[in-house]
Write a protein that binds this ligand. Sequence first.
Ligand code: AMP
Ligand code: MG
Length: 416
Amino acid sequence: MAQLSDDCFAFGGALMAVEEAQALIMARVPPPEGEEQVPLSAARGRVLARDLVAATPLPPFANAAVDGWAFRHADLRPDAPTRLVEAGRVAAGQAAMRPVAAGQAIRVFTGAPMPPGADTCVMQEDVTQDGPAILVPQGLKPGANARPAGEDVALGALALRAGRMIGPAEAGLAAALGQAMLAVRRRPRVGVFSTGDELAEPGGALGPAQTYDSNRFTLLALLAGLPCEARDLGILPDDPARTAAALAEAARGHDLLLTSGGVSTGEEDHVRAAIEAGGRLVFWRLAVKPGRPAAMGVVEGTPVIGLPGNPVAAVVCFLHLARPLLMRLAGAEDQGLPRFAATADFSYRKKAGRREYVRVTLATGDGPTRARKFPREGAGLLTSLTESHGFVELPEATTAVAPGDAITVLPFAGML
Ligand code: AMP
Ligand code: MG
């Protein structure tokens, strides 16, 4: 029987579905190796290499959640206010030594340890003071206004799983559990090239027939929000030998290479051939709009993604190919892109068999969020990204959208 090469899957003629491309990537990209210790203050955007298990309960001791008085709930009358005698005072940071006895209350302030024996607090605003006594209103539930030890995280509980990216919430939790240093995964090094003889460096002069390179800056900014070390590798000319040489050279010092442009079928499109020359092409055309020409391959053992040149197509393919691949290389748990349900406020027709991302503006008010199609559609329009609010994702099987249809929105907030 004939042997199939990897490439035979890539050239079936048909466009590859986005999910199939993602599955191929996941099957081929290895999980990361190596970890390092970083101070918590420098851990933002890094990926936890080990589970964080609580070495102390959080909170570490039972404490008052309000400024008020602490007492035993059993002392309260169920049917009328209860008079309790103030028998001590504990502020935040002080140890509560004196137990509360029957009929007593201890003056406490938020964060102060609950006096031994006390289980409930009343807010000072809810109390009538009467000399050395207070009148506690009826109806307080047992444990009200008090925070038990370990309420947030129990001793020994799994607080954060390995693979979690450290953001503000994770940094705060790690600090609250007493961690000064975190074991994090090594960051993949990602190199970003643009390709095209027409591209000029922003800041320089624009020659005739030139346009400023924008993709590199969009991609570097997208990468800045992901767990990697991104490097700007400049602009490659439309030259097959130089493109192949640059990819091979860069592959040795990086864990992932991204290019944009030069991946279509034109005579001046050299990225696909350069991947084939230096390694192996995994796939080349994707069933997605905007996006279609997008290549993925391996050069010198390093994955290379050739994104389309048109800026909106480059963004779409980055989000659906490069981002999941990078999260995998970084060992980061991937929650996927943010998505929510909305209602279409537009009509649209599309071809079956490919996925489309339609730029929309969003209107919220009473009822569900409504998505209105951004009027200009070109895949090269940068303002269609700055002036719209998200993509509507239209699945492969969809052929039409009508006003009132339930749709899925990928909001730019938190993504772009
Ligand atoms: P290509 O796929 O190389 O034919 O490029 C498609 C379109 O995207 C052309 O109009 C290019 O000028 C444009 N383009 C390619 N790369 C970039 C870039 N880095 N920044 C802005 N536009 C680009
Ligand atoms: Mg080009």
